[in-house]
Design a protein around this ligand. Structure first.
Ligand code: ATP
Ligand code: LTN
Length: 339
């Protein structure tokens, strides 16, 4: 535990908003990679519940998903002793610095954000101010912890770029205050696609359906989803990695490779001459076995309210120590009277 804030280690931070149940994509594309970095980096991972408020949620669902996400982080291998895991709203410094950074982020910059344009198109009846200023809060999430690296998917890179601009602007005005972070896209397991629509990403806020596998899905549901997965229509019916012409098969191969560690060549050899009727259930079985311990552990943690509370409290305390150090500096620099 001592090495958690060791100055020798680089700092890494990321968050996921609890707007839907975590999927196989969230696990293979993000959390699994995070878990492998704990020794090398000083890591902060949070549930971005304040960000979730930019869309309408059922309050009970949001609460459940936030805690479930925390339980799933741990179940996926993020050791709470080695990583700082916390709920964003439990560290008020995020909202506090978020306000300040709103005042250093330009209307024009926010207007150019693709996520804002996409989400406003999708939620035409609820284009609220939070959706617009979302990147300023995200900049606060990041800059509070002075991270070196921020692992994010491609869709979030623009927000990290904006964070860098805001940090540089602030530093130019007031002297070195924030570390300017780098976005970072891991190469492996980078994009898991929808099983029924392999040209679009498997997403946690999509309609619940057979195209998306969630971490808490029951084995029989996972098996069914893989049996129904789209393969290809070229009539070749052979397991070959060709993302351009056979995106469904390529996606299934990426998933199989990520959970078994086999290379694409090994997979092609293993299923040579066997056809999709054998391949699809085999991928399903491999995923079931990979997710089984995660689901069981997450269910166990969800039932242990005392442990969950301890996790929340310890994580928030540890995060707050770092976050308030930065916030105090910022308040002083901009001219707020010390309490
Ligand atoms: P939403 O649909 O609510 O916008 P999402 O499911 O796309 O969310 P995010 O919360 O945007 O997920 O992503 C959290 C992290 O998980 C990001 O780093 C993202 O790159 C990664 N991730 C999410 N879905 C996938 C996927 N299908 N394949 C690979 N990585 C993914
Ligand atoms: N905006 C991100 C979630 C998010 C985040 C962050 C990611 C909120 N704050 C800080 C990295 C760092 C998303 O929509 N996936």
């Amino acid at each position: 535990m001592d090495n958690i804030s060791s100055p020798a280690k680089k700092v890494m931070l990321s968050g996921i908003k609890p707007t839907g149940d975590l999927t196989l994509g969230s696990y293979l594309g993000a959390i699994k990679n995070w878990a492998e970095r704990a020794e090398q980096y000083d890591c902060y991972y949070f549930m971005a519940d304040l960000h979730a408020l930019t869309i309408r949620n059922n309050p009970a669902d949001l609460r459940r998903r936030t805690l479930e996400q925390l339980a799933q982080y741990v179940a996926c291998g993020l050791d709470p002793q080695k990583n700082t895991l916390f709920i964003q709203s439990h560290v008020p410094a995020h909202a506090e610095l978020g306000w300040v950074l709103n005042c250093y982020t330009m209307f024009g910059e926010l207007s150019r954000m693709t996520q804002f344009k996409d989400k406003s198109a999708k939620n035409a009846d609820n284009i609220n101010g939070g959706l617009f200023t979302y990147p300023a809060l995200m900049a606060a999430d990041i800059l509070l912890y002075q991270p070196d690296l921020v692992p994010v998917g491609d869709d979030q890179k623009q927000h990290v770029e904006l964070t860098r601009d805001v940090a540089q602007r602030f530093n130019n005005l007031y002297g070195e205050t924030f570390k300017v972070p780098e976005p970072f896209s891991p190469k492996v397991g980078a994009r898991i696609m929808d099983l029924l629509d392999p040209r679009s990403k498997m997403s946690k806020s999509d309609e619940v359906g057979n195209g998306r596998v969630c971490l808490m899905d029951r084995p029989e549901d996972i098996a069914r989803k893989f049996k129904r997965a789209v393969t290809d229509s070229d009539g070749e019916r052979c397991v070959r990695y060709d993302p351009e012409n056979k995106p469904g098969v390529a996606n299934l191969m990426s998933i199989y490779s990520a959970v078994t560690g086999e290379s694409f060549e090994e997979i092609e050899r293993e299923f040579d001459g066997k056809g999709y009727g054998v391949f699809k259930p085999a991928v399903g079985e491999a995923v079931i076995e990979a997710l089984r311990p995660i689901r069981e552990e997450a269910e166990k943690i969800m039932k242990d309210k005392a442990y969950l509370e301890t996790l929340c409290r310890d994580g928030a305390e540890r995060a707050s120590r770092i976050a308030y150090r930065t916030l105090r500096k910022v308040y002083k620099k901009v001219g707020l009277v010390a309490r």
